[in-house]
Design a protein around this ligand. Structure first.
Ligand code: ING
Length: 317
């Protein structure tokens, strides 16, 4: 029985450091309206969709990062997006930098939420794989200093029953680690949302020389990891970029919606604010989940040697 959710991926173009939350929220609402005009049930925004990608900079005082974080979600600046989405009965997922007090101390997480068509937050995730460095790079190659500002996520990789199916979230660098997808696959994820801020080029060391990695690799690796994840875990994958030339960084676009077969069914073509849409039948992965990727029948953990069997993974009833 088909369970179609019309999904919109709302790619965002650059966000300038000087752009205030109100201006950004106006852009998010404009994309919400476009998605709604396409009949979308769910709109997916990128990683850290409310501000410029500040971990491109090394602040002497890491606490300067607080200004780019949300101390509450929602909060007065973001509330108009929640209100308009609820009025239109459209759900959304949103990536943002979270500032919180937990266990008696201030903490920052690179987070995302899932909001249903009534405006209720039904899921939250905190980015587990925090890439980059916690300090300036003596090689001068790094362009990502998230470790200076964010802790590793402490919520695991949960899945959420919403929109008639089982949905999960991961964020940016998480998509490069097969385990992240498999933990959600083991819980029966049928659609996983992944926002990202990813450089279109990358500087690497060859011996003692800084060289540019071949430019095609950023695009190819982006699609490679998400298409493989969709196929190997029988789920839809929606990858959503913050794209374009932002404060001196050139970010990848390639926002896309990928079917459980690994096929790319919709893809953005530009580097600005752009909405793409696809009808995602959450049952589309069922046959492969029962056949080629029937984990119980074919995933021979007991023969993997060094890998100990995964115990205690919560599987939805
Ligand atoms: N960005 C990058 C990403 O994983 C990166 C960091 C780029 C790591 C390329 C390795 C190679 O897409 C974020 N925000 O994680």
């Amino acid at each position: 029985m088909s369970r179609v959710v019309r999904v919109a991926a709302a790619q965002m173009g650059p966000i300038a450091r000087a752009e205030g939350r109100a201006e950004v929220v106006d852009r998010l609402i404009a994309q919400l309206h476009k998605a709604h005009s396409f009949g979308a049930d769910l709109v997916i925004y990128p990683e850290m969709a409310l501000t410029t990608f500040f971990p491109r900079w090394v602040f002497d005082d890491p606490n300067e990062a607080d200004a780019f974080c949300e101390a509450a979600m929602p909060n007065p600046a973001i509330q108009p997006l929640f209100d308009e989405a609820a009025r239109l009965q459209v759900g959304f997922s949103l990536g943002y930098a979270e500032l919180t007090q937990e266990e008696g101390r201030k903490r920052r997480f690179n987070a995302s939420i899932l909001v249903d068509g009534t405006g209720a937050i039904v899921g939250k995730y905190r980015k587990v794989h925090i890439p980059g460095l916690a300090h300036a790079d003596p090689d001068g190659c790094a362009s990502n200093f998230e470790k200076r500002y964010f802790e590793n996520g402490n919520l695991g990789f949960p899945v959420f029953r919403a929109f008639g199916g089982v949905l999960g979230m991961c964020i940016c660098n998480d998509r490069r680690w097969p385990e992240a997808w498999r933990v959600m696959g083991l819980q029966g994820a049928e659609l996983v949302m992944c926002g990202y801020n990813t450089g279109a080029t990358r500087m690497v060391m060859e011996g003692n020389r800084r060289v540019m990695e071949p430019a095609h690799l950023a695009t190819e690796h982006n699609l490679l990891v998400m298409r493989a994840a969709a196929y190997q875990n029988c789920c839809w994958v929606v990858g959503v970029a913050k794209a374009g030339a932002e404060e001196g960084s050139n970010f990848l676009g390639d926002t896309c919606i990928i079917a459980p077969t690994g096929d790319v069914v919709a893809k953005a073509v530009g580097l600005g604010d752009e909405v793409i849409v696809a009808d995602c039948d959450l049952s589309a992965g069922d046959y492969n989940r029962r056949s080629i990727f029937n984990f119980e029948a074919h995933r021979q953990l007991q023969h993997y040697g060094l890998i100990t069997a995964q115990r205690g993974v919560k599987v939805p009833v």
